[in-house]
Design a protein. Structure first.
Length: 316
């Protein structure tokens, strides 16, 4: 068993595609997106008898005093027995790169490790709802809340149309995003971030249109067996036509017809996002819980300084 640096896009993505669930944050193209945003990427794999058996895509993030930390989103993708081997090998890289800790998101809680692991604040949502696309359209509709089905039919009667982003239409999406943030107070990345995101292979933007006006939009990831809803936006106008409901129903059918097995709404939280959570759970009650986000500490002294600084920032 040995650690390798993965140099082949197909080798990494083929391994991830063979896994269940949304693994796009570990994919080659997500690493490319991070590199275009100025981050250093480490694509690590564990091989046994020439076969890839685990992967960990690491994003290097800067900290003060010339230090940094690794972030492994929705990963490493490995079974329990391989984590300590991976941690040991990543520790060697961490010393060279002046990395204080590894922030990671295992699919399941690691109950036993020789390394110091600490639960921390979630980065990716630790709870979501997923539609099983292997069910029939009738079964999927039947499982929805009655009000959700009503709003889908209403949007259809109001002649809402769903279309994919075309060349030159990105500014329409950005306008909807800024309207949504100003209305609902969500955190927003800058325009260039979303522009680069829209250009990632496997990422698509779809609009809901009414009378030729774009009134809602969604960014979706198509990777492996899963379509994941990443971000959504809607106009302050024409809210009565319920376009977001039809957008998701059309995307469910589109995903199913293109051979995907899961439609992931990517994050619910009754306390933080009550309205969004009600909207998403109206489509399905199939809830999935993940283990959350953890820190693997390499440098205890600087990790203490990092945590203290984070607490101070939250006071102001």
């Amino acid at each position: 068993m040995q650690l390798i640096e993965i140099q082949d896009k197909n080798k990494l993505n083929d391994f991830l595609n063979a896994q269940s669930g949304a693994k796009f944050l570990q994919s080659w193209q997500w690493g490319e997106f991070q590199e275009k945003s100025g981050q250093k990427i480490f694509r690590l794999g564990v091989e046994e008898n020439g076969e890839l058996i685990a992967v960990a895509t690491l994003i290097k993030n800067s900290l003060p005093f010339g230090k940094s930390y690794f972030y492994c989103p929705v990963g490493p993708v490995a079974n329990d027995k391989l984590f300590d081997f991976l941690f040991s090998e990543i520790n060697k890289i961490a010393k060279r790169e002046k990395v204080v800790f590894l922030r990671f998101e295992p699919e399941k809680i690691i109950n036993k490790s020789e390394f110091k692991i600490k639960r921390t604040i979630d980065i990716q949502p630790s709870k979501t709802v997923i539609i099983n696309l292997e069910k029939t359209e009738e079964e999927i509709l039947k499982a929805m809340h009655q009000k959700t089905r009503y709003n889908i039919r209403l949007a259809e009667k109001k002649s809402v149309k769903i279309n994919e982003l075309k060349a030159g239409e990105f500014d329409n999406f950005w306008k909807l995003m800024t309207e949504t943030v100003n209305r609902d107070g969500f955190r927003l990345h800058n325009k260039e971030h979303y522009k680069k995101l829209s250009e990632v292979d496997g990422i698509k933007i779809f609009f809901g249109e009414h009378d030729g006006v774009k009134i809602c939009a969604g960014i979706f990831s198509f990777f492996g067996d899963t379509v994941t809803y990443l971000h959504g936006a809607s106009s302050n106008e024409h809210r009565e036509v319920m376009a977001p409901y039809l957008l998701h129903w059309e995307m469910v059918k589109y995903s199913k017809n293109n051979g995907f097995k899961k439609y992931d709404f990517y994050g619910i939280d009754e306390k933080k996002w009550p309205g969004v959570t009600r909207f998403k759970t109206g489509f399905t009650k199939e809830e999935i819980k993940y283990s959350g986000t953890f820190d693997l500490i390499f440098d205890k002294f600087f990790y203490f300084i990092y945590i203290a600084g984070r607490r101070i920032r939250r006071l102001f």
